[in-house]
Design a binder for this molecule. Structure first.
Ligand code: RBF
Length: 176
């Protein structure tokens, strides 16, 4: 496939994923700033169909368009961006020959750890209170908030990777 065709397909996948982002809902009602949406499945399909660079192009398109049409929440969109960037980067560097589902779980767990650190840095800016005060505000302790963030990212990325993989298998012949 030519470079132009790949880039336009990547842009279309990014634009379609904006629509899926509108389906966002909180998995844990007590931490409603963590919103699940199935849009990462198209970015993951873009990675499997093409490569890391092309998937990054879909991801930048998705979060840029979503920021302008829906959210206006730069921090929220950036957190989604960093989480998906980390996931697709880990999946593309992962060269171990293990079961793909184990790969998804390991990568999703690593994203969970990275996003705990990101949340520790961002929550004081976003909610204007310390991480432990924010935990208290949500009716949690700092540890249960950390477990919530890891669980959220595990669910978000395992679900999106399985769906992205299924979609990839259905459409890959179309692109070869
Ligand atoms: N998205 C993730 O995929 N993982 C996260 O750990 C995560 N943490 C967030 C923390 C804050 C304070 C905010 C505002 C958003 C976070 N998001 C995270 C993004 C969120 O789930 C949602 O996709 C965006 O807010 C776009 O509506």
């Amino acid at each position: 496939m030519s470079r132009v065709k790949i880039l336009s397909t990547a842009g279309i996948l990014g634009a379609l994923s904006v629509l899926l982002m509108f389906l966002e809902f909180p998995i844990f009602p007590f931490a409603n700033f963590l919103k699940f949406d199935p849009s990462a499945l198209l970015i993951i399909a873009s990675l499997f169909l093409f490569d890391w660079k092309t998937a990054m192009f879909s991801l930048i398109t998705k979060d840029l368009v979503f920021y302008f049409v829906k959210s206006g929440d730069l921090i929220g969109v950036s957190m989604d961006f960093v989480a998906i960037f980390t996931f697709i980067s880990i999946i593309s560097i992962f060269r171990l020959n293990i079961n793909k589902y184990i790969k998804y779980v390991v990568a999703a767990f690593c994203v969970g750890i990275a996003m705990v650190l990101m949340n520790m840095a961002i929550i004081p800016i976003y909610f204007k209170m310390s991480f432990s005060d924010a935990a208290k505000y949500f009716g949690l302790t700092p540890w249960t908030l950390i477990i919530t963030i890891v669980s959220f990212n595990l669910i978000k990325f395992i679900a999106n990777a399985i769906l992205g993989d299924l979609l990839y298998k259905r459409i890959k012949n179309f692109f070869s």
